[in-house]
Design a protein around this ligand. Sequence first.
Ligand code: FES
Ligand SMILES: [Fe+2]
Length: 433
Amino acid sequence: MLTKQDNELICLTGPDTAMGNAMRRFWLPVIQSSDMPTPNGDPKAVELLGERFVVWRDQDGRPGMYAEGCLHRGASMQLARADGDGLRCIYHGWKFAVDGKVLETPNVTDPKFKDRINAKVYPTREAGGLVWAYLGPQGEEPPFPHWPFMDVPDTNRINVRAIVNCNYVQVIEGLVDSSHLTVLHSSALARSNDSDLDYAGKISHMQFDSAPVIEADETDFGFHYVAIRQNNESRVARVTSFISPCFVANANGDVLLMLVPINDERCNFYHVWWDAAKPIGEEPLRSEQLVFVGLDEPTLRKYGMTEDTWNGPNAMSLPNGFGQDKLSQRKGHFSGFDGITQEDAACSISSGKIRDRSQELLCSSDLAISRLHRCLLATARAARDQQEIPALRARLGEAVGVSGEIGPDNDWRGLVPHHQITSSPRGRSGQGQ
Ligand code: FES
Ligand SMILES: [Fe+2]
């Protein structure tokens, strides 16, 4: 449970909010490379943390991110002309390179004028199928994180984005909530018995034991937690890491999940799977994986989770019953949704655009949810009080998620020996206490 004030502190990310300022201190994914304009193509507007920007590639393919309003008198750069080495505002023709250099100011006679000013652009990087940007104070960007998926070729990676019409925190909560898997996703887990996918093999044991033992530690990057399930003779430990401010390394060990607020009531949900050996980014593996979890294009569109459908009639809402199929539920499907992604999204969205956490009742299996709240509060308070944000000192890309069988006397922390634990508060839940 959180007070209304603390709830706002972690959920609101617009300009000049505590969490918004904290998020702006990290490198964040802005758009998938595949959704970026082609070199010298049309500029594209994007919304992030409640602000609007324009992304573009120059003729050499260099990505750039501009504040939406032109430096001169604020006309939208979305209207600008793609002009080879820069974007030219259509109002008075000022032209800006992706690095912020002002190339031309045709309505000013002084030729040196343009050399004294800079366009409103943000540092960008492109890696792992994503364009990343830093939106914080100039010159204070942290080292660019090196995530493992940045080392594999495009053929060995799956990048996909879903749009979820609710605050980013409630989506992250679902990702650090192991006990719901056995229930909400029970029909999908049952399907995993007949699937050859690696993914299916990694999750099928979660059909058993709906009250896993949960333990958590705070770490330099945020926190990690374990869910230990007993299945006959074996004890399977799933360690998930929450990496500040909005990244989750899933316990399957091969997927990073990123929840980046578009605004306070909508977020981009990026998934990146990678496999050093298998070309999972190629067909048919790519589609098989995406269909299994409900992230294929037709399913995302069916539930209004894409750029062109999030505001349409199919977008999950109270009037359309969140897209649930009650008939299929009556016939035996547990949830009545097509995929794992939609099951999660329906639970997140239906609890409110920004869930009121002063009204919830956490139980012992919600230990990791409490850790998440604590971690987000510490991050937001540090930014509000102009203190150093703890995770900025960590090597974020080295935090992992991992699963493995452990013996009755083994400590699960042996699965993540390189994680820097900063505090190990009391925290056991579920069976086995
Ligand atoms: S408003 Fe853009 S050049 Fe004047
Ligand atoms: Fe889920």
